[in-house]
Design a protein. Structure first.
Lengths: 332, 332
């Protein structure tokens, strides 16, 4: 079935308010989660909404909490997220980073004790919609082995880079440090499909494209093997030190993935001038998208291009939703 | 043969001064390049020195130039590198970023018209040696196809993240967005070795571990396939916009790789307090290095650990140098 974007937002607001979230905060969270499904990131929109409600019930998310500034110097603020709703905390932190960047050229907010921000790309889009360059990342629970290891000690720590375009069709990359998410592995396994590239190790310790085997061993592969492993470790170090919050292994001692550490950075590309070189952005996009395709008839896309297409399609036709998941949400 | 670190520095200084670099600047460049070989990054130390001299001869590097600030707001400065020596420009830009971060919590310098910085990790080490978190990257010439493309339109754009440890054995990741460098491919091909993982595509358009074939097609693989491709594009966009400098495709129109754009960021982990949570850093390192190794007897390392070991060994035993390369340098 399909659901209109506005209906998604309204249902999410209603369900959040039923759990004690006030209307304004419910609207922020509902809008961000509905936008994720709108842009095609269903895993962090409709498909994850019931879990957010469940985490409120379990006390992992505090529906009444608000983030608080706990330290600051110049262009850098440290916040305590007080276990409030993750998307709300991240959006407020990025808002503040943007505000600082307007004055200081760059602004950074590191936030601890926060919750899953759903789609990291949202806060990249938020920065670029305000004419800023956005850089942000989060740590996660331990869900990946470090390079050369068997057990899961590092996070997939999604990392986001975003650059504004004047036409609003911004360039955004939103990438976990794992080659595939567990959600993707599960879906591909259910569909009996092979992964397009190696995604992890099978039961015999061999590199594998079988999503089912990897799902079982939980030995997922970092992007670039040793390289993504190193990046993941550093992203965790920086997020937890700057926020003085939980690191990945701290999160691993909890009953669920909550109390995370995040970094949100905004940079004003104008550097004190009236404008920035937006022609340069177009030149780079043009250069990439006019590459010779590796297979005839294929196109070479820039990061974010697909989100915009899906957004348009889903606005027009409604957002595809799995019937049972939608019924579950309506019953909450 | 081996050469002592101090001798390397002195020979480099002498050769740079012969080309018109003044003593102070020669010492900065010589020290950075000698340190690269000391830490085991021979490709960007001894092995690249003759090319730096050649680029001075060809006018790509201006031995007398100094970088200039051309725009600024708050914690963000834009510099013109004036085609001065790359390592000197990058070190000065990071120095300034650190200075800003001491006052403002975070400092960023974007520099255009600069030159190859040799090992990006150097400027990460510089930040952490000053108690700062370091984040920096550079763009490069086009040397990698975007995901789904055949021809080289994006750069491998090395990206560096660095976190200080109180014992000085800092955590530094320095990673290009390509899985392997051309230097590595060439070396492995000469040694008739297979790559440990896929490194690119062969002549038939198939993923390959044969360094020789990949070296021929120049279709090297981004880390994480589509993911590293996206990261590379965004790193180029941000570096060139913030510095208002050349993007990767602009560099591709030149006769050689010069006139690059770089970003250097320093963040003070103390956030206005007297200290930062250094125990957290140790906890993360301990958690990673105590992982269960994938193969018995192997160890799981943290990023930067190897550099420190090689540094100690090379300080004690001298730096391994290829005879012919050393003779070439002495003859310059």
């Amino acid at each position: 079935m399909t659901v209109r974007y506005e209906e998604l937002v309204n249902v999410f607001i209603e369900k959040l308010m039923k759990k004690g979230v006030d209307e304004k905060e419910a609207a922020i969270c509902a809008t961000l989660m509905a936008q994720n499904s709108l842009d095609g990131v269903y895993s962090h929109g409709v498909n994850r909404f019931a879990r957010v409600i469940d985490y409120i019930d379990k006390g992992y998310i505090d529906p009444k909490a608000r983030p608080e500034k706990i330290a600051a110097i110049g262009s850098f603020e440290r916040w305590d997220g007080k276990l409030a709703l993750g998307p709300n905390n991240a959006a407020k932190a990025m808002d503040r980073a943007i505000e600082i960047a307007r004055e200081q050229g760059i602004g950074i907010v590191a936030i601890r004790n926060t919750n899953h921000w759903m789609r990291g790309g949202s806060y990249g889009w938020q920065a670029v919609d305000n004419g800023m360059i956005g850089i942000c990342w989060t740590n996660t629970m331990p869900n990946m082995p470090a390079w050369g290891a068997k057990d899961n000690r590092i996070g997939n720590n999604p990392f986001v880079l975003a650059v504004p375009r004047e036409n609003g069709e911004h360039v955004v990359v939103d990438t976990a440090m794992s080659q595939f998410s567990y959600g993707k592995l599960e879906m591909m396994a259910l569909e009996n499909k092979e992964l397009p590239v190696y995604g992890g190790y099978d039961e015999e310790g061999k590199l594998s494209r079988d999503p089912g085997s990897i799902f079982k061993t939980r030995r997922v592969l970092p992007i670039g093997f040793w390289k993504g492993s190193g990046l993941s470790i550093l992203l965790d170090l920086i997020a937890s030190i700057l926020s003085d919050g939980n690191c990945v292994s701290d999160v691993g001692t909890k009953k669920a993935e909550y109390g995370l550490s995040q970094v949100l950075i905004a940079i004003d590309p104008k550097c004190g001038k009236d404008s920035y070189n937006s022609a340069l952005v177009e030149r780079i996009i043009e250069s990439v998208t006019s590459s010779i395709p590796s297979e005839e008839g294929h196109e070479v896309r820039y990061p974010g291009q697909n989100s915009i297409r899906t957004r348009r399609k889903n606005l027009e036709n409604g957002i595809p939703v799995v019937d049972s998941i939608w019924e579950r949400i309506l019953s909450l």
